[in-house]
Design a protein around this ligand. Structure first.
Ligand code: SF4
Length: 353
């Protein structure tokens, strides 16, 4: 280990000891499963949004076997607004694979982790390092940015996934001792999240400012503009609206299931149309019981909410103001193709069961 590497370790780990956030997801008592769930959730979603969902998720499904026993619809509802909900379904598949192939224990080797559904190089290395203290490099966006600035003098790393050279260089910097390696990985990740941020690095608070190549070079701007992901008007926004409508419909059913009656109120047929169907709109009645109720639940017939929404309602949810007229149909077809949404033979649109 070079003197330079030893200095970086000492400076950044010591900075973390004083300034790192006290996140429940990073507690030493968190299981490997808890770490895996957190890493999947936080890849494309900021930590403040992830934290409450992760806490609820771990209370409800503390082990892979617990999540494997949940229905896809339950998992998608619990995923709430974390975005990219395919991750939730893949996480459930991952739980099934761990429950069936690894006796419910998250495997510890990088290769085995990488073989699990939905687990890529980043998550595999994070779990191997944070949970099993293996001396492997963890290359998330924050770590890549800090290393690129300190060592290469560049504002940001390539937009592509880390290549072999970048991985090898990061691996050479990882302390040989597993405990220290885990501390290094979490510390440099936190430095990137809190100090060496993408837009406004706080160099005056940085423990390695004196050896930072990018700072020494006068902060040269990276060529080209960083692509920022638009949201308004995109298919992602329209997909989010359909998923929100379906989560709401499913939650009504869950509330009814829990109470044995509608959780929506005490009045007759509360929340439903006059014919006992969902108040969400008009839809086909076929596939429902003869009385117009969903066939999925038993109970007082006057209060059973429908399990999904009609095609018309789904298309309406997918229609953004001023959008291309083909967008709604395209979005719905995409959701069906991705398995995030199902359609009953009678035409109702619902979460996969
Ligand atoms: S000196 Fe500034 S740019 Fe360099 S690593 Fe520290 S925060 Fe980042």
């Amino acid at each position: 280990m070079s003197e330079h590497a030893a200095f970086l370790h000492e400076a950044i780990i010591s900075w973390y000891d004083h300034h790192g956030r006290d996140l429940p997801m990073r507690s030493p008592s968190v299981s490997a499963w808890g770490t895996l769930v957190f890493e999947v959730m936080s890849q494309q979603t900021p930590i403040p949004r992830v934290q409450p969902i992760w806490v609820q998720w771990m209370e409800r499904w503390p082990t892979p076997a617990d999540l494997a026993a949940a229905s896809p619809a339950e998992v998608l509802v619990a995923w709430d607004r974390l975005g990219y909900p395919s991750r939730a379904l893949r996480l459930r598949e991952c739980a099934e694979a761990i429950a069936t192939s690894y006796e419910g224990e998250v495997p510890s080797s990088y290769e085995e982790l990488l073989g699990l559904p939905g687990i890529g190089p980043y998550t595999a290395s994070a779990v191997a390092s944070f949970s099993y203290h293996q001396p492997v490099p963890v290359l998330d966006t924050n770590i890549r940015r800090v290393l690129g600035r300190v060592l290469d003098g560049v504002e940001r790393p390539p937009a592509s996934a880390p290549g072999r050279v970048e991985v090898a260089r990061a691996a050479a910097l990882v302390p040989a001792d597993g405990d220290e390696a885990a501390a290094w990985n979490v510390s440099i990740m936190e430095l990137g999240a809190l100090v060496c941020t993408a837009r406004s690095p706080l160099c005056q608070a940085c423990p390695v400012d004196e050896v930072c190549a990018w700072r020494a070079a006068g902060y040269p701007a990276a060529p080209g503009k960083k692509r920022t992901q638009a949201w308004a008007g995109t298919d992602r926004q329209a997909r989010g609206r359909v998923m929100a409508a379906l989560r709401a419909a499913h939650q009504k059913l869950e509330a009814w299931d829990e109470d044995g009656r509608s959780g929506l109120g005490e009045g007759p047929r509360s929340g439903l149309g006059e014919d006992g169907r969902s108040g969400l709109g008009e839809g086909p009645r076929s596939g429902l019981g003869e009385d117009g109720r969903s066939g999925l639940a038993e109970g007082p017939r006057s209060a059973v909410p429908n399990v999904g929404i009609t095609m018309e309602q789904a298309l309406k949810a997918a229609t953004l103001p001023g959008a291309d007229p083909t967008q709604a149909q395209r979005v719905l077809e995409g959701l069906l193709r991705d398995g995030l949404v199902s359609q009953s033979p009678d035409g109702w649109i619902h979460l996969p069961r």
